[in-house]
Design a binder for this molecule. Structure first.
Ligand SMILES: [Mg+2]
Length: 192
């Protein structure tokens, strides 16, 4: 049987979004993120980081800069005893052909992860601080959860109600726990 996955955005979701994180010295895990990932792992999900890195395509930083930030993120997670199963990044800037770019909300990175790791995309979770992080849930069949960290507070306003909105990755893990135990139905967020 194919494993289900939690697809989590990186900047503003797992680490603080410091406006194009390009220096390992700027990497800071969001409080509770490691414990949240551990909880998702314990629920049986593969953990996949899916990140748009348009700063590469825009010429703001290099692939090597990206790699050193990714390595520092992994190092900080490892220090807390966590590791994700895989990380996918898209270097494209905005404005490319939407049918060709890997840039989220394109399904390209998710489909590649599904092939590489034998994942079931439908019934997976799609988490991030932007609308483009949760939109793939609609196309691929899964649950999109917007976190209010990073740019999330801004993107939560007017977000379509087939997506869920929570405070942070820790709250997302708790929501997934409730959904998985049947304690809450997916889809529409409760009215505020
Ligand atoms: Mg983000």
């Amino acid at each position: 049987m194919r494993r289900r996955a939690v697809f989590a955005d990186r900047d503003g979701t797992i680490i603080e979004d410091r406006y194009y994180v390009a220096d390992p010295a700027d990497v800071a895990l969001i409080p509770g993120a490691t414990a949240a990932l551990r909880k998702m792992r314990e629920l049986g999900f593969a953990l996949v980081v899916v990140t748009n890195q348009s700063g590469i395509g825009r010429g703001l930083y290099t692939l090597a800069d990206y790699r050193s930030v990714a390595a520092e993120t992994e190092r900080q997670l490892a220090r807390a005893g966590m590791a994700v199963d895989a990380t996918y990044f898209c270097p494209d800037g905005p404005g490319g052909d939407p049918r060709r770019t890997c840039r989220k909300p394109s399904p390209v990175m998710y489909r590649k992860a599904a092939r590489d790791l034998e994942l079931e995309l439908s019934n997976s979770y799609f988490i991030g601080d932007k609308r483009s992080d949760v939109l793939p849930a609609r196309k691929l069949g899964g649950t999109g959860i917007l976190v209010r960290t990073g740019h999330g507070a801004m993107h939560a306003d007017g977000l379509d109600d087939d997506f869920r909105v929570v405070d942070d990755l820790a709250a997302a893990a708790e929501l997934i726990g409730r959904l998985e135990s049947g304690g809450e139905s997916p889809g529409r967020s409760p009215a505020p």
